[in-house]
Structure formats: C-alpha cells, structure tokens
Design a protein around this ligand. Sequence first.
Ligand code: 2P0
Length: 315
Amino acid sequence: MAQAIAHPNLALIKYWGKTNFKHNLPSTPSLSITLNNLTTTTSVQIQTELSKDQIFLNDNLIENHKIISFMNQIRKLSKKNVFTVIKTKNNFPTAAGYASSASGFAALSLACNQEFQLGLSPKELACLARDGSGSATRSLSSGLVAWKPGNCENSFGYQILPAHDVPLAVFSFKNTDNAKAVSSTKAMEQVRKSSPYYDAWIKSTTSDFNKSLKFIKNHQWVDLLKLAEINAFKMHATMLSSQPPIIYWEPQTISLIKRIQKTRQEKNLIAYISIDAGANIKLLTLQSQVPKIINTFQDLSYTISLPGEGAKLID
Ligand code: 2P0
C-alpha cells in the first residue's frame, strides 16, 4: 500500500480556460499558494482479486468517473491490469469552502506512482496530476507555484518560492453551504464558447501573471494581493458575460465583498478578496496583519491558512 498527503491551493492568478480537455492543458498561466492546514490523505492498494476500483471518500464508498478514468490511465502507463482500493480523507473544516480535486489528485498521483512503481520524475508526476485535475499540478509543490500553458510534457506546476519565504496568509470564510450549480470544468468551456470577453481575459490574465512574477521577485507583497483581487473579479466577469451567465455568488458573497472593501479603507487593513468557482470568499493578507484581521471579523466563521508544503508520501 502507498499513502500520500497533499494540500489544496488557492490561485492568486486564476486558471480559467483550457486548450485541451483530456489533458487539462490551460489557456492561461496561473499562480497559486499551497495552503498548510487543509489536508487530503489518500492511500492506494492494489488488490488482484478485484474487478473494479473501490473508492472510499471519508469512509463512504463512492462512484467517481474522474478517478476511474485516471486509474485507467495508470493501468495503461504501468501495463498492469489490476484494480485498487483507494481511501481518501479530507480534514477540511467545512468552513473552508475548498474543492478537494487539487489536493485529491496530487495525493492520488503520488500514491499511484509508488504503488504501481511508475518511477516518474517530479515533472512527469506533475503532468500526471494535471491530467487528473488541472489545479492538482500546483498542489504537488510548496509555497508559491506557477503553471504555464504548453503541451502534455511541458505544462505543469513548479515552485516559484518555498513556503517559508512567503509572508502571506489566507482567511477562508464560509458564506454558504450551497452546492456548486455548475462544475468549473463545465463553466470554463461555457465561457470559452460564449463570452465575448474570453480572448481579452486570456490576454489580460497573461499580463497579470507576468506582473505577479515581478512583484514576487521584488517582494511587493501588497501589490501582488491587489493584483490577485483584480484577477479574481476579471475571471468572474467572463462568467457573467457567458450565455447563459454563470453566477456563483450568493447574497452573502456580495455583502462580505462590500464589508471587506469598506473595512479595509476605514481601518487601513491589508485585506484583498479572491473568489473561486463558488460563493465563498478568501481574504488575502500579510501574516503580520493576521491579528488585526481576526479582530475585525470576530463575528464570522473562517479558517486561517499559511503557505504550505507540497504533496508527499507518508508511512
Ligand atoms: C484555479 N479553479 O486556478 C481555478 C480558479 C477554479 C477557479 O482550478 O477541470 O478543478 O479538473 O482541470 O482544477 C478549478 O478547476 O478543473 C480551478 P479541472 P479544476 O484554482
């Protein structure tokens, strides 16, 4: 049996749009921060008597076509026609509002590499994780992680700065329990097909990505966070302009956006907003501002994450 852990990541510059669906090749470069305290633990065990994979999520037997098709790819790669028991657990406090596909496929790729003795290099592993779910390629690495468009062999997540050199913190607020109406895979495709702003988004976010690398190099952390907020809203603008429009936000999302914008001005806080394909808000700040932010949002429920490590095998 092989077992691995991985953390989710939050994109500061968003992956939104694909050039290839089978391999999750992105049309946009992205930049993310791996988050330390949210964890997926996944074990994979080959069991020769099985005739299909058995997948357990938090102890419940589930059907998951994305995992099955990923395991088919592993069987092909390894030339071993065997099935497995996969047990995966998320420790995510429900308050976090993170999808588990990034940490899930990062941990699964690592565990499969070991259990099937694939002998993949870190780059090959990062491409394999990307095939499972695009954002998973970024969860293999620690700290700030970039991922550029390219082909099957050269589009993968790579570290820009290790976790201990990144002075940022992320508050994940829980606004709503509503399940996502449209998956991000589907939403990306709808936007590509129907938003008149899609080409402008790709151009603009590519420029944001290049700026973000400069900000990191110069330690312009506040500039980086401001840019991340602008980038997240631009991504949502592509959804509002698609047909039919995709609106992930709930009324609580808007009220928290307004509150953060108002409070940061009044109290001179470093507090910027990021929102993924969902209704929950992430507040981006500097670690030195964490006590002030805690003090300001005492009435709300949230999780605080610091920059985290990449995926690794465990005993
Ligand atoms: C991101 N998202 O960069 C962006 C921002 C959501 C909004 O990566 O289709 O679950 O499996 O490649 O990785 C969510 O997309 O999509 C995502 P697939 P994935 O974090």
